[in-house]
Structures are given as C-alpha cells and as structure tokens.
Design a protein around this ligand. Structure first.
Ligand SMILES: NC(=O)c1ccc[n+]([C@@H]2O[C@H](COP(=O)([O-])OP(=O)(O)OC[C@H]3O[C@@H](n4cnc5c(N)ncnc54)[C@H](O)[C@@H]3O)[C@@H](O)[C@H]2O)c1
Length: 262
C-alpha cells in the first residue's frame, strides 16, 4: 500500500496514534507534514523519518488557533506542493461531569478536539476539492459510548463523528473521502497520563486490558494501519464511515452464563 506522490499532514503527529500514522505514511512513500504543539519531539520524529529516507517537515501549531492551523498547513503545502491526505489526531482529555467540568476545560477540549479538526480540514480542503483527497479523523469509542466523568471529551468525540459525516456528504461529489476511526484503549502518552491520575495506575491498565475482548490494549501502529488504509485509494468507496478499532470492546455485552462442564 504505497503513497508515492502523495502529501499528508498529520495533526498530533509528534506522539501516539498521530506519530504512528505519520511514520507509516512516510515509510510507504508519502511526504508528511507533522503538525504538533510539541516542537522538540515533533522535530525528532521528522529527523527519524528523514533518516529512513522519508520526506517530512515539522510545522509547529496549536490546533485550537485557526490562524496557526492555516499557517502550518500552508507551510506543509509550500514544502511539498499540495495536500492529498489529512489525519487529525491532535487531542486532549479532561475529566469531569456536567457539574464539575469547568467552563475553561469545556472550551479547551472543544477547541482542540473539535474546532481543531474543522480548522485543519478547512485549510486542506481547497487542494482536495481540486484533486480529490482523504481525511481521517481520529475519534474514539467515546464517540459512540461514554465512560463516567469525561463529559467534555465524550461530547467532543461524538461531535467529531458529526463533522466527519457532514464533510463526507458535502465533498463526496468532488471525491474527497472523510472517515473516522474509533480506537479503544491505545498504549500512548495520553493513556499513561490518564492512568497516572489513579492511585494505582497499573490497575487502570489491567482493567483496560480486560475490558477488550481481545484481552489487551492496542499499540498505536494498530490504529495507524487502519488510518493508512482509509487514507489510501484502496478505500476508494469508503466515505462517512465510523470505523471501530477497539479489540471488540463495543461489540461486547456481558452477562452470558458460564459453561458448566460437569
Ligand atoms: N490513547 C487512547 O487510548 C485513545 C483512545 C481513543 C482515541 N484516542 C484519540 O487519539 C488521538 C491521539 O491520542 P494519543 O493517545 O495518540 O495521544 P498523545 O497524547 O500521545 O498524542 C496527542 C498529540 O496531540 C498533540 N496536541 C495536543 N493538543 C494539541 C494542540 N492544541 N495543538 C497541536 N497539537 C496538540 C500532543 O502534543 C500530542 O503530540 C486523540 O484525539 C485521542 O483523543 C486515543
């Protein structure tokens, strides 16, 4: 599955699922714009891609700021000529319910997880409308269900599905495909940070592993592979899709009787 002559930009490309997606796309021939807040680590990802004979450029950005997003994507366009593929992976998680979530937290989560996705799409779409393109939004199982005490995150991720479907409809006629992946728990700095909030972080990891029917959490590359497929022309008839990458998590209903072998 090659991406020769394709240009991709990946928000949140310095870490976790975004990093894995950027590395997979670059390893298969795409020129990649790595967009992230974290300059030092983002530049190190770009250096790693270049060391493997890939093409990449780091573009610093706060995705919550529309002007910064436009500037960062213009930098990637200047480096590589156009944008064919957008992967939106920049995201943050904050905890709280409808009573305890602060207005500032709500605004921060919406700005990054939802507004940032729209700003990035808005900046890439002019190229894609001309030549076709693919957008993959990294949503979550919390786009389709919810944990307790993650109000703003869950709302932002549900809304990201709305953004995905809406853009899929609006740009299908010009061959811009827009899809979302919904990962379960993935071993990334975000998950490790969330676990660190618990007095027993290992118990959070253990619980995460047990809740997935596949009996483990995912590695970022396992999500990156699905992102890459959806971004590739082989997924040419897939648009508006909401693709779970969750080890069976959302398929599982507990409560079946245990087999009695006696
Ligand atoms: N890890 C999981 O278990 C999991 C599960 C489901 C969905 N997700 C989603 O996957 C995406 C990637 O998460 P991850 O686990 O790889 O997290 P991560 O923390 O490893 O990576 C997120 C990246 O986004 C960047 N970022 C955050 N805010 C930004 C901003 N304002 N501007 C630019 N960059 C910003 C961070 O610097 C970081 O590099 C997120 O949208 C997250 O909600 C993660």
């Amino acid at each position: 599955m090659r991406f020769d002559n394709k240009v991709a930009v990946v928000t949140g490309g310095a870490s976790g699922i975004g990093r894995a997606s950027a590395e997979i796309l670059a390893a298969r021939g795409a020129a990649v714009g790595v967009l992230d807040l974290e300059g030092e680590v983002g530049r190190s990802i770009v250096e790693k891609i270049k060391a493997g004979n890939g093409r990449a450029v780091f573009c610093p950005v706060n995705v919550a700021d529309a002007a910064q997003v436009e500037f960062a994507i213009e930098s990637a366009r200047e480096a590589f000529g156009t944008i064919d593929i957008l992967v939106v992976s920049a995201g943050i998680q904050r905890y709280g319910n409808a009573l305890t979530t602060l207005y500032e937290q709500w605004a921060e989560v919406m700005s990054v997880n939802l507004n940032g996705a729209w700003y990035a799409a808005r900046s890439c779409l002019p190229d894609m409308v001309e030549r076709g393109g693919a957008i993959v939004n990294v949503a979550s199982v919390q786009s389709l269900a919810s944990q307790a005490n993650v109000l703003a995150y869950t709302v932002s991720k549900h809304a990201l599905i709305g953004l995905t479907r809406s853009m899929a409809m609006d740009f299908a006629g010009v061959n811009v495909r827009v899809n979302a992946v919904c990962p379960g728990a993935v071993d990334t700095p975000m998950l490790r940070w969330a676990a660190s909030l618990d007095s027993n972080p290992q118990s959070v990891f253990d619980a995460c592993e047990q809740m997935h029917p596949l009996g483990r959490i995912a590695q970022p590359e396992e999500v990156g592979e699905v992102v890459a497929f959806l971004a590739h022309d082989r997924a040419s008839f897939v648009t508006g899709a909401v693709w779970t990458v969750d080890g069976g998590l959302l398929t599982c209903i507990g409560g079946s009787p245990q087999a009695n072998d006696e």
